[in-house]
Ligand binder design. Sequence first.
Ligand code: URA
Ligand code: CA
Length: 433
Amino acid sequence: MRMVDIIAKKQAGHKLNKAEIEFVIEGFTADKIPDYQMSALAMAIYFQGMTEEEASYLTMAMAESGDQIDLSAIEGVKVDKHSTGGVGDTTTLVLAPLVASCGVPVAKMSGRGLGHTGGTVDKFEAIEGFRYELPIDEFIDLVNRHKVAVVGQSGNLTPADKKLYALRDVTSTVQSIPLIASSIMSKKIAAGADAIVLDVKVGEGAFMKTVEEAEKLAHAMVKIGNQVGRKTLAVISNMNEPLGYAIGNALEVKEAILTLQGKGPEDLTQLCFVLGSQMLMAAGKVNTIEEGKAMLQQQIDNGEALETFRQFVSHQGGNAAIVDDVDLLPQAAYQIELPALEDGVVSHWVANKVGEAAMVLGAGRETKEDTIDPAVGLVLHKKIGDAVKKDDALLTIYSNREDVEDVKQRLYDALTIAQAANPEPLIYNVITE
Ligand code: URA
Ligand code: CA
């Protein structure tokens, strides 16, 4: 087989077979296929697309290009959840204990955050003592005994995807549905998921700018999942403003605790109920979203969800006393309000710009080497559709530095106050097959 023939075949709009796709991914991972040829193939795929079958072969070839986590020692269907990138997306902190409290194992492998999106392990790390660098057998043991554990990404997972993504980034071939879908799915499969629930975000600051694009991506991923024997469901959700009120690590832990107590923000709660119901469906625990929602509500009402969170934090070495006293979480030295400059209605809160403002405060990383300040972040008081008067507090900045003029400027740039706002749905579509 020759790479140049494979490039020509795709360029002409033909379908690649399994052997050809495996040849490409194995050769590229082993540095036998040079970047220039791989770039040419990525561009051909960008223009010609891929069938469901081709995307499935690509997904599995990338999943098998490095280490694969074997979770078969965990009893039950292991459901993983993935978001395409949110700001203030506190859902995993709520869903892990909430779904586990229903008896479904949650073996969550999570990454650290970069840029405007926070990482789940960074959020849990805001809890004093919390350990996420667990050996894989300890992680499996925790899930078997207590139904839930979180571990940081380690090992050499999907090196082919890592290399290809870096290449796509500099060859303008990121925005290709089959390439994005196989990139995401390969990572979930290598991490050991039996079933996958996807939260595909739509918005100005999100990967997918329109509902149509997001639906295409969601359908592509659901089809790949089903082709390779992993039940996959998806939600298309709005990321035109941050989710919930809190953005920042300790602040989001507090928001998650409130949500597990049934006192969380409405949008965050609603999204957790839909994603959580899909996780229960994927695990075969319930048959419909409605049944799932009722089960989750019951676990919040009877206190089991919060109790599972408390136990989970304690099993991972964290100070579980934060559950009863959130003031034990890291606290910022300064709380500074951002006043509205005029009367009106909040019509835009561009989520990625708000996320970048939180990052600049120290809640996130600009480069992989940056350290995070768990105490800092933002708490919104006004969301899209809320009326404001001049000088009302739009949000509170939690900071460990006194001068936050740069952050304020970024936040004003992210915000539009108009005469009226167009309310948008939180959830555009729920894809269950
Ligand atoms: N996120 C991924 O993991 N891969 C892509 O290709 C795009 C977004
Ligand atoms: Ca939030």
